[in-house]
Design a protein around this ligand. Structure first.
Ligand code: ADP
Ligand code: MG
Length: 270
């Protein structure tokens, strides 16, 4: 039975004026993709291929040059309450406590205070943050701050989560814990997510599908369906015999065996 499409890009092209010159830079070209209800899809590709640009378009922070993004069938025309965005940098407000940060988006939405308190308590408990409710961000480790950011992203109860390299700034072991938190939450809440990552193992262990983009102008060159159980448990998936095969397939698709550091660097700079 086909599930409804929550997030869709139809033929999205994005051009930017080139810095300092009169040229035009095509960041992404003709990208179409669809993410169904409850699906987690990762987007991987070389630096500068337009991954963040696509998420900005999905969140309504940027308008595409051509084509459009749709959330629940509605064309995205600006920031929208059904989509939540999480970045590598936690962007917590330093003068607010953990609980106040988690509830920030909900306050903006005008949810009544009693309901806010109820949601805050539940989220803080789920994320094992209850004992830190009254701490300030500077009192927490980087990993804890990302966990607060994740709780804040979920607090608004979005239909779609857009995650732009959310764990790339934390150490490898903390990252595994946060990946597990995210996977459990997405599965339990049945949320739909589009995740950008540089970490191929992260893409494979967290996703139902991985989309591979080419170097700029970014187009989608491949889709790999991850046929492994336990999408709610990336640590269990790391032990699955199929994992290495999928990672190898993604490395081949990205041509990591042949690319030189010079090419990689040239792609990354505009
Ligand atoms: P990725 O996230 O895949 O690394 P981005 O989407 O951030 O790539 O950027 C894609 C390309 O578009 C890069 O060359 C980047 O320099 C350029 N770019 C992104 N945003 C802008 C902007 N606001 N103005 C001009 N160029 C931009
Ligand atoms: Mg990016």
């Amino acid at each position: 039975m086909a599930r409804v499409i929550r997030l869709e890009y139809r033929n999205v092209t994005m051009r930017f004026a080139e810095a300092g010159g009169r040229g035009v830079l095509t960041a992404v070209r003709g990208v179409s993709l669809a993410v169904r209800d409850g699906e987690v899809v990762s987007l991987i590709g070389p630096s500068g291929c337009g991954k963040s640009t696509l998420l900005n378009i999905g969140s309504g922070l940027a308008a595409p040059s051509e084509g459009a993004a749709f959330v629940d069938g509605e064309r995205v025309a600006g920031p929208n309450a059904h989509v939540a965005f999480m970045l590598q940098k936690d962007l917590l407000l330093p003068w607010r406590t953990v609980a106040e940060n988690v509830m920030f988006g909900v306050e903006i939405q005008g949810v009544a205070q009693a309901e806010r308190r109820r949601r805050a308590q539940q989220l803080l408990t789920n994320f094992k943050l209850a004992e830190f409710s009254n701490h300030y961000p500077h009192q927490l480790s980087g990993g804890m701050r990302q966990r607060v950011a994740l709780a804040r992203t979920l607090a608004v109860d979005p239909h779609v989560l857009l995650l732009d390299e959310p764990f790339s700034a934390v150490d490898a072991q903390t990252r595994m814990v946060l990946q597990r938190d995210l996977a459990q939450t997405l599965t339990q809440a049945g949320k739909t997510a589009l995740l950008i990552t540089h970490d191929l193992l992260e893409a494979v262990t967290l996703s139902d599908r991985v989309l591979v983009m080419s170097a700029r102008p970014g187009i989608i060159i491949d889709e790999i369906v991850i046929d492994m159980p336990r999408r709610d448990d990336p640590i269990a998936r790391r032990h699955d015999a199929k994992v290495n095969g999928y990672v190898a397939q993604l490395m081949d698709r990205l041509d990591i065996g042949h690319i030189t550091l010079e090419q990689q660097t040239a792609q990354a700079s505009p």
